[in-house]
Design a protein around this ligand. Structure first.
Ligand code: TXA
Ligand code: MG
Length: 306
């Protein structure tokens, strides 16, 4: 079943890979031509580094320098209690990783997805896969294959159905313990394990994660957030208001809301009958932090790199 995908990866081609967060545009992280193809396909500026996806801690440790704490963190969040967490760690010298993956930085972002198809693809390929979300730069991240097909009609897609988590991984700088991007592993989860308060890096002076651009994850329709009363021609995205057309979660469950956030915005656009999207306030707690982060960037007007 994996053969065509493995063959493509060995040849330096790109494959859409399901993960528990969103689908990724995966390519062999050791082949510069494959990494170049990812940037080109996505239309992503090559100064925005990619996440390196590994199948186990040993693979990660051959590319990045792990402190004892970093080992503890991944043993817990990658293996014992899997949650989507990417660590930014010092890059080991003289590895086979393409320098394009890290955009020339001395650090590398690494994550072990928990999706069985992703794990098996990486494990059988035997080398890490660079994989940004499988969408054109600045558009919605895809959480099911149809969303990818629309933008990349000819792409080989490993179909894993819908992604369970629905927002991207949390990115933690494992040296400063700053959260560079809120995501599917909540700040509370991290703080309880690390037994310390973490800061969220909201205004970095250098761009350390593309998810930090002020406008990102954007649908093509204008989007307004924290709306109680929508305009007539807007699709109204609700939370905790019962089963109505664009409800993220009828009962007000943040896990459920995250899982269908991007697919709901996508479905609204596909309907082609609205002039805008209005989203109800979503509680700023747990996964609500990542949801609000994505919505705020989707609502931003300009593409300013902070
Ligand atoms: O859930 C996810 O993380 C998904 C799935 C496919 O795994 N991937 C994803 O990749 O969201 P992407 O490329 O859309 O986001 C990668 C983020 C960017 O914000 C990038 O700047 C950051 O990781 N990043 C990569 N290398 C970094 C580094 N060395 N230091 C800081 N941030 C880095
Ligand atoms: Mg992305």
């Amino acid at each position: 079943m994996m053969r065509p995908y493995l063959e493509a990866l060995s040849k330096g081609e790109i494959v859409a890979m399901p993960t528990e967060t969103v689908y990724g545009l995966a390519g062999d992280a050791t082949q510069t031509s494959a990494v170049e193809k990812i940037y080109r396909l996505k239309g992503r500026p090559s100064f925005n580094p990619l996440i390196v996806h590994v199948s186990d801690i040993a693979m990660a440790a051959s590319y990045a320098v792990f402190s004892e704490t970093a080992f503890d963190v991944v043993r817990y969040f990658w293996i014992e209690n899997p949650l989507p967490l990417t660590l930014v760690l010092p890059l080991k010298k003289d590895t086979s990783l393409s320098p394009l993956v890290t955009a020339g930085l001395t650090t590398v972002a690494i994550r072990r997805p928990s999706h069985p198809l992703a794990l098996s693809l990486i494990e059988q390929h035997g080398k890490p896969l660079a994989a940004p979300s499988a969408n054109l730069s600045n558009t919605l991240s895809p959480t099911h294959p149809q969303m990818i097909r629309k933008q990349f009609p000819d792409l080989l897609i490993l179909d894993g159905g819908s992604c369970a988590i629905g927002v991207e991984s949390t990115i933690l700088d494992a040296q400063s313990f700053e959260v560079l991007r809120p995501g599917g592993c909540t700040q509370e989860d991290l703080e309880i394990f690390l037994k310390k308060r973490l800061s969220i890096c909201t205004h970095p002076d250098v761009i350390r994660a593309p998810g930090q651009m002020s406008r990102h994850y954007a649908p093509t329709l204008p989007l307004r957030i924290n709306v109680e009363q929508p305009y007539e021609n807007e699709a109204f995205v609700t939370f905790g208001k019962g089963k109505i057309p664009f409800s993220l979660s009828p009962s007000g469950n943040l896990l459920e809301a995250a899982a269908c956030l991007f697919s709901t915005l996508w479905a609204i656009e596909e309907r082609g009958e609205f002039q805008g999207i209005a989203v109800m306030p979503i509680p700023y707690e747990g996964l609500g932090v990542a949801i609000n982060d994505r919505l705020r960037r989707a609502a931003a007007q300009e593409k300013i790199i902070k």
